[in-house]
Design a protein around this ligand. Structure first.
Ligand SMILES: [Zn+2]
Length: 77
């Protein structure tokens, strides 16, 4: 059985839900929502153009540098 990873975006213009499918790669996952996408998926999506079927606009996938939550960790000083 084929599995597809997918990420769900919300169109910033009309708020339509847009599901972007990625190539099947054997690992079962998703769908992920735009605010919490695994890094490997995010990197493969960056710069991609997403088309909104509702309002017809096109958008480029970007990292939200103003995200409300960001991952932190402790590195040995
Ligand atoms: Zn739209």
């Amino acid at each position: 059985m084929e599995t597809f990873e997918s990420v769900i975006f919300n169109c910033p213009e009309c708020n339509q839900t847009i599901e972007v499918h990625l190539n099947p790669n054997g690992s079962v996952s998703g769908p992920y929502y735009e605010g919490s996408v695994p890094k490997v998926l995010a990197e493969s999506l960056l710069g991609n153009v997403v088309y909104c079927p509702n309002c017809g606009d096109r958008f480029t996938v970007m990292i939200d540098t103003h995200a409300y939550t960001v991952p932190l960790f402790l590195r040995k000083a």
